[in-house]
Design a protein around this ligand. Structure first.
Ligand SMILES: [Ca+2]
Ligand SMILES: [Ca+2]
Length: 311
């Protein structure tokens, strides 16, 4: 549905309500009410730790997180605010008595953010979310931002309603060792508002087990082998002539997407034509994905050089 049609429908619904007196809300669904609130100020300044402060929101607002609502609504809220017996759904925190409520009204921009140092042992952002929306996809959005730059976004819409709490993971290993400002943000457009509830935000270890890849020469090709393990759902083979290449940079090429093995756990990939030119050596990294994150293997080369494992 285009925005123009959406506006027309919203206006027609409003006219119907005006003509008929008190009627159904414009959205055609029981609207989750939010009490009026005031915009809250900056969280107390402090040195960033390697773990998020007040990740479960149990210390209430003003601790750890800076919260913002364009409409001046409270964002870090307790059970009393979340639980509305008259609403279509009854949301309670994932744990404890507090959670964050982003969106929840039309034309809203709200976020929570705080500074944190991403430790190399815990480079994955983990959090629980609950999506509740009456909108079609593409109008109301959730974003994860690092220093204001989007690292993930998803639509809040009827098709993405979770009906409960769902664990999310976002790989922040590119920022390992760095102090970043992490933000979770929601924007809604002018009709069919959406809510994103968030709880138990933490930096956690990568849930994917380490990936050990072996390269062997086999005739005119290089054969890479590794063991498939849960929860990997797919693998990419990357190649470069530089031993310490970075994935996704010039000089590194994606050679193949390798599916999961049909049976057993061994996965192999043959890079044809990689052998034969004595002046060119190729180096490989396999990047696996699963559970919403990725993990890169050791670096291995055409002649089994002893390379320092990368992350
Ligand atoms: Ca909580
Ligand atoms: Ca909307």
């Amino acid at each position: 549905m285009t925005h123009t049609i959406r506006r027309l429908l919203a206006i027609l619904a409003l006219l119907a309500i005006l003509a008929g007196g008190v009627g159904a809300p414009v959205n055609g669904a029981s609207r989750v009410q939010r009490p009026p609130g005031t915009e809250l100020g900056m969280a107390p300044a402090g040195l960033a730790g390697t773990q998020l402060a007040n990740g479960g929101f149990e210390s209430g607002p003003g601790i750890g997180w800076e919260e913002y609502s364009l409409l001046g609504l409270p964002v870090i809220v307790d059970t009393k605010t979340l639980f509305d017996p008259g609403a279509d759904i009854q949301v309670t925190p994932h744990t404890g008595d507090w959670a964050a409520w982003l969106g929840g009204q039309d034309n809203e921009l709200s976020y929570i953010r705080q500074q944190v140092t991403v430790g190399s042992a815990t480079p994955v952002l983990g959090y629980w979310h609950w999506i509740q929306s009456t909108d079609t996809c593409g109008f109301d959005l959730a974003r994860i931002l690092v220093d204001g730059v989007q690292v993930r976004s998803y639509s809040l819409c009827r098709n993405s309603n979770t009906g409960g709490w769902v664990k999310q993971m976002v790989d922040l290993s590119a920022y390992a060792g760095q102090t970043i400002t992490l933000a979770l943000q929601v924007t809604t457009d002018g009709s069919y508002f959406s809510s994103l509830y968030v709880d138990d935000v933490a930096l956690v270890a990568n849930p994917l087990p380490a990936l050990a890849v072996t390269a062997t020469k086999n005739g005119s090709f290089v054969r890479l082998t590794w063991q498939h393990a849960s929860p990997y759902t797919g693998y990419e083979v990357w190649r470069s002539t530089s031993a310490y290449f970075l994935l996704g940079t010039p000089g590194a090429s994606l050679r193949a997407n390798v599916p999961l093995p049909g049976s057993g756990t061994q996965v192999s990939y043959d890079d044809a034509g990689a052998v034969g030119d004595a002046t060119v050596n190729y180096f490989y990294v396999v990047r696996g994905s699963g559970a919403g994150v990725t993990r890169s293997s050791n670096r291995t080369g055409e002649f089994d050089f002893a390379l320092t494992p990368g992350r």
